[in-house]
Design a protein around this ligand. Structure first.
Ligand code: BES
Ligand code: MN
Ligand code: ZN
Length: 494
């Protein structure tokens, strides 16, 4: 998709569809006001009757006299005093989804010209580009040709004054990269487990690395064995599908040799299907466990976006990818395994496999002498119980790092909520037969999962993001969400 800016007046812009905002009770924004004047009060007549500017509602008007755009899309913003960053982003999404697909391949937006608490102009432009790209994503990889959706938007013009055009252009460029990275993550999540295997994830990372300029190294079973990643391998062994350990490296901050700034390492859980293993899951919604690689997908999408933007940062992306299946070689409850760190683990539940693959990746991360390591995982159902589908769960015992990350998540409108990690939870992981058990019982399940990981993170600043509730949407909109790609790109951008 092509993004650009224009300083032409709203009533004069030639486009198929022009989106303009209307506040609650028919209060027009400046752009809507301009269209109203040019059209002899056509907007006002509608907003006095059928369209009151209710938040999230849209109404398409056609062929207004005195207005150059063929259609005008009124976008409800709700009461001005209630407008928040999240409500603004939701309105952008509603507008983008309301653009007719098929013939209309271009649109213009006058929605940047609205004050939003906590979102400056550049951030609003980012969100505009993201919304356009999100609305344009259609899954069709496994549909037969007749079901392919019509082509969507190709050109998106943001109205901005000349003085603001450079800022808006930059925001659009950043938003386009974020939106593309999100769509990569969504697509990898949506692909079924029989296509999106560990091998497929690795090939995708490799291809994106070649296209966008980051280094990708793929470790196969032999190399993973040589590293003694016993916890990761114990999970992988239950499946015939071979595991992959993916190492992505992006060097944007130069500096010579040991002077090169220490990298941030992102670690993604890449379980391409989680049946639970011998502690098998119930059948009803097991299909959703194809999304158990969304942490990995978000790391890959983030690498793509930061490389595309050539950000001056050093980032390493690590992905441990395998399947969790029951078989004659799968982990059994009571098995004791030895992790790469040398610590032994009693596997009391084979469905707590994410932490087993992540703990070895966290040990591997030490070799990069990182500035910080953050793992991202669809780790626990308990996190969904605690935070639902709105906030990701953020865990860290480092207050500065946690606050930096929470700030980035707020700026990105990709919310996270800090969860506790007190030492007092640690005893729940006691085992009689190993250094620790892989589960901590029913109370505070997402916290004890984080406590488990914390034991493998002694050498660096560390945080953990549980995205079990936020990485995909259920219901009629079923599909990957692309989160937390905006979170990470914002972290590295600002
Ligand atoms: N992948 C799941 C977590 C999950 C569950 C994500 C539901 C999204 C929705 C993870 O591997 C898992 O099965 N965790 C167990 C841990 C338990 C056995 C301690 C869980 O949450 O039930
Ligand atoms: Mn599991
Ligand atoms: Zn899992």
């Amino acid at each position: 998709m092509e993004f650009s800016t224009s300083s032409v007046a709203p009533e004069k812009i030639k486009t198929t569809t022009l989106a303009v905002g209307v506040h609650a009770d028919g209060q027009l924004t400046a752009a809507a006001e301009a269209l109203d004047e040019a059209s002899g009060g056509a907007i006002g007549r509608v907003t006095k009757t059928e369209f009151k500017g209710e938040h999230g509602k849209v109404l398409m008007l056609r062929e207004l006299s005195g207005v150059a755009a063929r259609r005008v899309l009124l976008v409800g913003l709700g009461k001005p005093e209630e407008l928040t960053a999240r409500r603004y982003v939701a309105a952008l999404g509603a507008a983008a989804r309301a653009l007719p697909s098929g013939e209309a391949t271009d649109a213009a937006s006058a929605l940047l010209d609205i004050e939003v608490p906590g979102l400056d102009l550049k951030q609003r432009a980012r969100q505009l580009a993201m919304a356009a790209l999100q609305a344009n994503y259609h899954y069709d990889a496994t549909l037969s040709k007749s079901d392919k959706p019509a082509p969507g938007l190709k050109k998106c013009v943001a109205l901005a004054s000349r003085a603001n055009s450079a800022t808006v252009k930059q925001g659009l460029r950043e938003g386009a990269a974020i939106g593309t990275g999100m769509n990569t993550a969504r697509h990898l999540g949506n692909l079924p487990g029989n296509i999106c295997t560990p091998t497929y994830l690795a090939q995708t990372a490799k291809q994106l690395g070649t296209e966008h300029g980051f280094k990708v190294e793929i470790l196969e079973r032999k190399q993973i064995e040589a590293l003694k990643m016993g916890a990761f391998l114990s999970v992988a062994r239950g499946s015939d599908e071979p595991p992959r350990f993916i190492v992505m490296q992006y060097q944007g901050a130069k500096g010579r040799g040991s002077k090169a700034p220490a990298p941030t390492v992102l670690v993604g859980k890449g379980v391409t299907f989680d049946s639970g293993g011998i502690s098998i899951k119930p059948a009803a919604t097991m299909d959703e466990m194809k999304y158990d690689m969304c942490g990995a997908a978000s790391v890959i999408g983030t690498m793509q976006a930061i490389a595309e933007l050539q950000l001056p940062v050093n980032v390493v992306g690590l992905v441990a990818a395998c399947e969790n299946l029951p078989s004659g070689r799968a982990n059994k409850p009571g098995d004791v395994i030895t992790s790469m760190s040398g610590k032994t683990i009693e596997v009391l539940n084979t469905d707590a496999e994410g932490r087993l693959i992540l703990c070895d990746a966290l040990t591997y991360a030490e070799r990069f002498k990182p500035d910080a390591v953050i793992d991202i995982a669809t780790l626990t159902g308990a996190c969904v119980v605690a935070l639902g589908h709105i906030n990701s769960g953020l865990f860290s015992s480092d207050d500065d790092l946690a606050n930096e990350l929470l700030d980035a998540s707020r700026r990105a409108v990709d919310p996270a909520w800090r969860m506790p990690l007190d030492d007092e939870y640690q005893p729940q992981l006691k085992s009689r037969f190993a250094d620790m058990a892989n589960i901590g019982g029913m109370p505070a399940g997402s916290v004890t999962a984080a406590c488990f990981l914390s034991r493998f993170t002694k050498g660096y600043r560390w945080a953990h993001l549980d995205i079990a509730g936020t990485a995909w949407k259920g219901g009629t909109e079923k599909g990957g969400s692309g989160r937390p790609v905006p979170f990470w790109v914002n972290y590295f951008l600002d």
